[in-house]
Design a protein around this ligand. Structure first.
Ligand SMILES: [Zn+2]
Ligand SMILES: [Zn+2]
Length: 233
């Protein structure tokens, strides 16, 4: 699988295919595999946003309905996009490993959000579920983290790992998601209390994954833990 993904990525460079979402022609000079129209449809989350999970507020003030009932260990989460339409299509293609060069576009989106909300932070990628990398051949969150590190100069600390055999979150209900993850995230690197850490993940759904990661970091000496994600459900 690893080899297959690598071959596809290489073929992308030599024989550029159309837009990853709509199939329209893409200029060979384009740095990413999306046509200008689809890039234009990558619309940031609308304001005003929940001051905890970052999702667009409907009629509420400051906190969304869910964040009024839940308490998270992270300070704030900033999702860049709403997980719908063109954004959803592009993320699904990307996560499937077929158009891995989308990582560059998504890294740029995350870089913009990080620069605005969390300048100077140390980034901590959310680790993949056990077995996922073996099944899919790559870890897309680590891929964008590597670009954020090398191209944009962010400090990245791969401080988290998952142990055990957590089931796929999307197969579980709300209550099960939290217990499924509890205890499965471990901190593998020393942390510094004065460093502001920012978790990086692809999608925030209930916030349970980010919460488990933040709790693990706080238990090992971190004091400030926020989060940035590409999209929010
Ligand atoms: Zn397109
Ligand atoms: Zn919220």
């Amino acid at each position: 699988m690893d080899v297959l993904v690598g071959l596809r990525a290489a073929a992308d460079l030599v024989f550029p295919r159309g837009c990853a979402v709509c199939g329209a022609a893409v200029s060979p000079a384009s740095p990413w595999p999306l046509c200008p129209s689809c890039v234009g449809h990558l619309v940031p989350m609308a304001e005003p946003r929940c001051c905890r999970c970052g999702k667009t507020l409907l009629s509420e003030h400051q906190l969304c309905t869910r964040c009024r009932q839940a308490s998270f260990h992270f300070g704030r989460a900033i999702p860049v996009y709403r997980y719908a339409g063109t954004v959803k299509s592009a993320i699904l293609v990307w996560k499937g490993g077929d158009r891995r060069s989308l990582s560059r576009l998504f890294a740029r989106s995350l870089h913009t959000a990080l620069s605005e909300h969390f300048p100077g932070a140390v980034l901590v990628p959310v680790p993949p579920r056990p077995g996922k990398v073996r099944a899919r051949g790559w870890d897309q969150v680590d891929d964008v983290a590597r670009i954020l590190e090398r191209q944009y100069g962010w400090a990245v600390l791969r401080a988290l790992a998952r142990v055990g055999r957590a089931r796929a979150q999307k197969t579980l209900g709300l209550a099960e998601r939290a217990s499924n993850l509890s205890g499965s995230i471990v901190v593998t690197r020393p942390l510094v209390s004065s460093v502001p850490y920012v978790l990086v993940d692809d999608i925030i759904t209930t916030g349970a994954t980010l919460d488990s990661c933040a709790r693990a970091l706080l238990s090992k000496g971190a004091v400030s833990v926020n989060a940035v994600t590409l999209a929010a459900h």
